[in-house]
Structure formats: C-alpha cells, structure tokens
Design a protein around this ligand. Structure first.
Ligand SMILES: [Zn+2]
Length: 179
C-alpha cells in the first residue's frame, strides 16, 4: 500500500458534508490498545474511510481495513502470523442509547468531540474484527516447542520424540512454575 499515514483527525463539522475520503497506513505506535494484544511490535495496518451523510441524516463512516501482524498462538504461546480484513460501516452517534435505532448493517461509533480521532476509530475496529483465537497447525506448534517427529530423529535428537506436543507443553509449563 502506497501513501502515508492517515491524519490524526478530521473535523466532524466538515467531513460528512464534504464527503471526505482518505486512505493510508496507521502505525502501531498510534494504536496502543491494539498493540498490547499482539505478539509483535510490528503490524501493517491499512485503512480507507469515507465520510458521508445519508438521506435520513445519519452521519456514516464506511471503509475497509487490512492488517498483517503476529499474535500469540493460544496453544504453544509462540508468535504466529495473522492477516485479516474487514469492512467498516459506522454511524456516528453522540449517545449510545441511539444505537438501537440503527439498521443492522451499521455499527455505532459513539463520539462527542468535534475532532474525530481516526486512530481511535481504527483501533476500535481492529479490536472488534481480530480473530478471537489463533492456533498454529499441530505440526507448527510441535516445531515451535522443539518436538522432533520420530521420522526425523537422529542420534542427537531430544528424548521427547514419543511425547505429544501437548505433553511437551505440559512439561514446559511445569518447569515454568518451578522457577
Ligand atoms: Zn502454536
């Protein structure tokens, strides 16, 4: 994706009337809550956003996000690459109680400041769209834990070859708690 960072904010009084459109990257430093969920200090985040006013007066923000980064595998806890994308379909609301009136295809974004802080908007969408759980394949988890399948076992191989990756993981956990 070419182009620079999306701006820090757009002016709510202008963006919807002028139908502002923008696209660009968002550095991880601008997304601290999202960054805290990752197993990497790098992430490629690219977004496009379009501000518009619907016929019914609703102020809409539609667009798309794309991200590639690493999260912790929930089985072996080692980093694993993940990538996903998602559509953005938000209606700007000043009061959460108005959310019940939205059409199902729209999600509320409750925001009352005149400056719409874009990194916060993107961060919320990233957190909502990211995979709930991520696992390596069985073999990848085994590899990460240093488990050597029997077929590859040379004379210097570790002794764990008969154990399942789960047994190895259990053993590792036991060792950790003994420290
Ligand atoms: Zn794993």
């Amino acid at each position: 994706m070419s182009g620079g960072q999306i701006p820090a904010y757009v002016d709510a009084r202008k963006a919807f009337v002028q139908e502002t459109e923008l696209q660009g990257a968002v550095d991880l430093e601008r997304l601290p809550r999202f960054a805290a969920t990752l197993a990497s200090d790098e992430a490629d985040v690219a977004v496009s956003l379009r501000f518009a006013k619907a016929d019914n007066g609703q102020r809409t923000i539609s667009g798309h996000l794309r991200v590639a980064t690493e999260v912790s595998c929930q089985r072996c806890l080692e980093p694993m690459p993940v990538a996903w994308e998602d559509d953005i379909a938000l209606v700007l609301l000043e009061d959460e109680s108005l959310a019940t009136r939205l059409e199902p295809e729209w999600d509320p974004w409750v925001w009352t400041e005149p400056k719409l802080m874009l990194a916060e908007l993107v961060e919320e969408q990233l957190l909502l769209s990211m995979p709930v759980v991520s696992y390596h394949t069985d073999q990848e988890c085994a590899d990460k834990l240093g488990y050597v399948p029997a077929a590859d076992t040379g004379s210097e191989a570790p002794k764990a070859q008969k154990e399942s990756p789960f047994a190895v993981l259990k053993a590792l956990k036991k060792n950790d708690s003994n420290d």
